[in-house]
Design a protein around this ligand. Sequence first.
Ligand code: CP
Ligand code: NVA
Length: 304
Amino acid sequence: MFEKKDFLAIDDYSAEELHAILDLAKEQKPLARAHKLPHTHENRVLACVFAKPSLRTRVSFEVGFQQLGGNTLFITDKEIGMGTRESVYDVAKVMSRFCDGIMIRWFDHGEVLELAEHATVPVINGLTDLSHPCQVMADILTVEEHLGSIEGKTVVMVGDGNNLANSWLNASIVFPFNFVLACPEGYMPDEGIMQKAEAKGASFMVTHDAKEAVEGAHVIYSDAFYSMGQEEEAVKRRADFAPFQITTDLLSTADKEHIVLHCLPAHRGEEITDEVMDGPHSVVFDEAENRMHAQRAILAKLVK
Ligand code: CP
Ligand code: NVA
């Protein structure tokens, strides 16, 4: 169990604490696959709150917590109306009386921070417009499984300076690897997070040249050109991001043993070709499965 209550950003935690989560995930993975996990969280309830669609986050949190003997509750913002029907403060107080943990997928990161501040149970960030820390924990677990360690590796995200880029930047503050974002001009990551990463001496770089960025890279990372809530920008973004599609040709200069990750859902043929998604370097479905193992470890450490 951790002293900290919430899981909101990767760099809220020390490298030691994050390694403890990853180690637990690795230890539990074979037990979970064999349906042999001990029920450490019987009679506990995890509320899973969604204001955006989801496949992986919903299923991996629900199944993962049920594997620990816990119960899960799925509820959307249509019912809750957090910040509209009633205040974030009141929602935090009420939910804390009913549930033992809250996983939330939301638009406004500030509202999730406010929820966490006033809730007395753990609040876990299941993606906001600013960040997606649970995804990057699963990504790091996948890198470690396939490449041994994240230490010293170069992770190149080709695409938008979005919530995933921000969480990778947060991770680069804590873990000793190099993060490179290759994005079009005007699609930079969060300024505050970049400043923090710089101040903390993280090894990161932003470039607008995808070809140059992937040279020698160990991990190539992909996400959609437009995120949930940006559907109206799809046409413009498809044009702006066209040179940032991940193709076999683009990857020809990456490290020979490189792996390809995509948080999914993928727009096949847009940010990544079928040939790469289904190719020998792609580990995207291991990565998807690892959502469950990484998050179950986070829940095991936080939910009392
Ligand atoms: N990667 C991810 O968070 O997937 P979902 O949007 O399906 O949850
Ligand atoms: N950047 C994407 C990630 C989806 C898992 C989004 O926010 O929609």
